[in-house]
Design a protein around this ligand. Sequence first.
Ligand SMILES: Cc1cc2nc3c(=O)[nH]c(=O)nc-3n(C[C@H](O)[C@H](O)[C@H](O)COP(=O)(O)OP(=O)(O)OC[C@H]3O[C@@H](n4cnc5c(N)ncnc54)[C@H](O)[C@@H]3O)c2cc1C
Length: 457
Amino acid sequence: METAPPTIEPTQKPAINGSPRFESWGRYPTYDAALRPMHWQGDFPALLNGVYGGALAVGLGRSYGDVCLLKGGTLLPTTGMNRLLDFDAETGLLTAETGITLAQILDFAVPRGYFLPVTPGTKYVTLGGAIANDIHGKNHHVAGTFGNHVTQFELVRSDGTTRLCSPTENPDIFAATIGGMGLTGVMRWAQVRLKPIVSRLVDYQGIQFHGIDEFLALTAESQHVEYTVSWVDVASTGKNFARGIFMKGDHSNVPAPLTKSAKPKLVFPVEAPGFALNSFTVGAFNTLFFHKQMKKSVTALQDYEPFFYPLDAVLKWNRMYGKRGLLQFQYAIPWDHAREGTEAVLRAVAKSGLASFLAVLKAFGDVPSPGMMSFPKPGITLALDFPIKPDKSFPLFQRLADMVQEFGGRLYPAKDAAMTPAQFRAFYPQWEKFARYKDPGLTSSFWERVTGQEPTR
Ligand SMILES: Cc1cc2nc3c(=O)[nH]c(=O)nc-3n(C[C@H](O)[C@H](O)[C@H](O)COP(=O)(O)OP(=O)(O)OC[C@H]3O[C@@H](n4cnc5c(N)ncnc54)[C@H](O)[C@@H]3O)c2cc1C
């Protein structure tokens, strides 16, 4: 691994015309777009001057597909607009411009005894991105989504009008914007309620399981634990089918120093060659990962960084998938069909030989999401990723997406690059109601794809 001073910025590569290109984390699809970075709250809508055919505010491009892309349009990266505006040490209420990252919030908050109320599997996302996709974390079963902890934000429309939004002020726009994929306007700043902690450490337990029934039993007996998530082996069949490791933890209540995290030093050095990830290497990885934990159950006091953000230790790890990138697939299937649906999907993936090695399984709880278009619903969620092999990955994706639809589930726009307009309408029947809140000056390649709209550019 090369070591380098880390730059936590959206991935930008020179496009054909030499200007930087904003990429999403899956690096598929890749589109050229003009970039007009935002630095000040007043930059929007001023930056739209002379823009023809739509724009989109974007964060760190940690969405996997095209929800943060706009082919031939104008992207407005927000990471330069990242000031902390207010913090109440009594209540934990933090107000910041929306380009601030969760990593920057943690650097500020942890030494003061506070943690994020909900965090995804990477801290390199912006506050705006966290709200616009209404992200979920390992504590969904007790805390709901990120939006459940947002108390207010300011939304600016492309016509220059501004609205203060909260559960009680403009509640309909509040609901449309949380999980609204950046399409209802640009959030300038937002306020979120942090949660108190007394230690960086997490009381961790990892338990091996074999099969979905054991996973469900562990889920049921761990309802009182704040964080639960599982890694599942999607390459094995027979007696090892759906084996995995159930990981759970609570913030330690034994007071310990609340220091700031060190910056990551490792960067994935080069694009891996296309053949590096194949059914053999992925199968070997899955076996190694399962046996990394030798005993049926292990307990440890673990720092929050490896517990919440194991992948953040190596920057740019998405290069591992080679130049073609990766396709993510994350579903939520409601409890009625969650067990059979999950087994069916896992069997189809194992049979395809296109195994994924970052397979994450979790039970969503029943805390209602505040967003009109939020993804989570009570049941099981499974996230998979596949290196892109054009003739194989997309047909498999479509088979799996159809299965999810049959089982009454839906896919996550933040992780998507391939759902069809018909699937989107079935997954999100409320989309037409949502479309009434859309800002006519803003759009995304995801939105144009799933609503079947022809770009005007
Ligand atoms: C390793 C990894 C792990 C992940 N784990 C999880 C997980 O556990 N749970 C989960 O839910 N997600 C997870 N994600 C997905 C990620 O959390 C979301 O895609 C998140 O929205 C990315 O934020 P971003 O700042 O990179 O925004 P981008 O990806 O750049 O943009 C996301 C959306 O936010 C909108 N947006 C950004 N800023 C603003 C603004 N100021 N105003 C209005 N709209 C705005 C954009 O228009 C876009 O629609 C993971 C991603 C990675 C790479």
